[in-house]
Design a protein. Structure first.
Length: 209
């Protein structure tokens, strides 16, 4: 996370800066930072800002960026369908499962591209995608902002005005955890438990790799 750009945007533009920064970093597929961590660090660094508004700004920025990914995948899926002259047909329960998984992916640290891109390719409804993704993000960003606000006094007491040192330390620790954990394997395991993919598909994937 670019702390210089982060502090500059938030300091000068407020909640619009939070939206712009979140949108920009969330556009990077498979590499964007945790939005929960982002909301927490903003609340720590700017305790005078409204916590609910911080969570909303982060959630809206992330949802807007992932909707771009969804629309791009949707367009690609339509092109493939036209070339194959086959229209994808997913039942209502299949779509319901995708929307539920979209909420789960948005509200957890797993890379949500594993859900967003297949949803776009399958031709899911963009409005329902955005709504369910936004709900999932709100579930995690708003509480994270309140947690950050609660931590802010301790960070200020320990680091004074240089609370960015604490923010950077937290960011480095969380990033290290993501590097050490096999996120893809954990994601596939969760998808299997939720019934989105099956054991045969996992075996086929392992054989290909």
């Amino acid at each position: 996370m670019d702390l210089t750009g982060f502090y500059g945007l938030v300091s000068s533009l407020g909640f619009i800066g939070i939206f712009v920064f979140t949108f920009a970093v969330s556009l990077v597929p498979f590499a964007s930072p945790s939005n929960a961590l982002e909301a927490m660090l903003i609340a720590i660094s700017f305790p005078e800002m409204d916590r609910l508004a911080i969570g909303l700004a982060v959630a809206i920025g992330a949802t807007s960026a992932k909707t771009v990914h969804f629309v791009a995948s949707y367009g690609l899926g339509r092109i493939v369908d036209r070339k194959r002259r086959v229209k994808r047909n997913i039942g209502k329960y299949g779509r319901l499962a995708m929307y539920i998984m979209n909420i789960v992916a948005a509200a957890t640290p797993i890379p949500d591209e594993w859900v967003v891109i297949p949803m776009g390719l399958s031709g899911a409804n963009v409005v329902w995608f955005a709504i369910t993704y936004f709900i999932g993000k709100l579930v995690i960003t708003v509480p994270s902002a309140f947690i950050g606000y609660a931590i802010a006094p301790f960070a200020a007491e320990a680091f004074g005005r240089n609370t960015w040192i604490f923010s950077a330390t937290v960011g480095i620790v969380v990033t290290a955890i993501f590097i050490l954990v096999d996120v893809e394997k954990a994601t596939l395991k969760m998808l299997r438990k939720l019934g989105i993919i099956h054991e045969e598909q996992l075996k086929q994937r392992e054989n290909k790799s």
